[in-house]
Design a protein around this ligand. Sequence first.
Ligand code: TRP
Length: 334
Amino acid sequence: MQRVFSGIQPSGIPTLGNYLGAIRNWVGLQSDHECIWCVVDLHAITVFQDPKALRQQTLEMAATLLACGVDPQNHILFAQSSVRSHVQLAWIFNCVARIGWLNRMTQFKDKAGKDRENASAGLYVYPNLMAADIHAYHATRVPVGDDQRQHLELANDIAKKFNFDYGVEFFPQIEPLILGPAARVMSLRDGTKKMSKSDPSEQSRINMNDDGDAIALKIRRAKTDPEPLPDAVAGLEGRPEARNLVGIYAALAETDHASVLQDFGGKGFGTFKEALAELMVEKLAPINNETRRWLDDEGSIVRILQAGAERAAAIADPIVAEAERLVGFIGLQR
Ligand code: TRP
């Protein structure tokens, strides 16, 4: 069975984009893969996080994952900072990756923005830590959103250079799994921008803890154009907001753009938005309730994460210890 690894940042309330683009796909992979799911708190602090909020958001992310069907018994769910091997391997990778490679990362350019000099050093080497997350487990399949593709290419370049420099075949190549019709859920205010936890506008996203009224209001206010919906997918060309809403509907209904347009082609956005809001509430309300149930028992989430960390460390520690030996470190006699 192939080993899957993926991570998600606890840097805000999970959004519909996280659910459709990532979490739901994770759950599907559990039936025929050995899965390791990680709440990446080390990645989160590459931009400052209030400590209380970070702790709370880590618990909320774990609760949402559990509510969505992540299985912590047959698979592994843990918080990244609890397994020290990630950081130890990341340091080695900091010394393998070239500055030129990191300079090409578009996400760093986007996130650092104009004030590059003031971005944290951690934000710059973020992709090296992500490579370490995956390679510490010799994971070969990594489900991610489209925006992470470049980071996975970098992780493969790091593996190749490590293997070459040390004359070994130690780290395997990884295969990105870019899944589903909604691999990219876009902002409700701007169909060309990804839906994001960090967008300053609340109206731009559906939070996984939004209630029915909030969902209905945000969908009603979502940006659209004045035309009715087209009859065929080609008619979505140049209409990013229409494409996004149709894509969200398709993903929630587990169908495709074409069949949504079969039902709604020629109809106005008023009708379509009403149906979309209703479908969304129907799908998200049970998850919302289940998440709250988990959060009422914080202790049980903490126990699950800690048990997950122990099992994760049992896989990662020997792999990272071997990488350290290959590098020439004396290591600890245990
Ligand atoms: N960088 C990823 C994101 O923001 C999260 C992540 C961290 C990740 N480590 C990972 C994803 C390892 C896949 C594998 O979406």
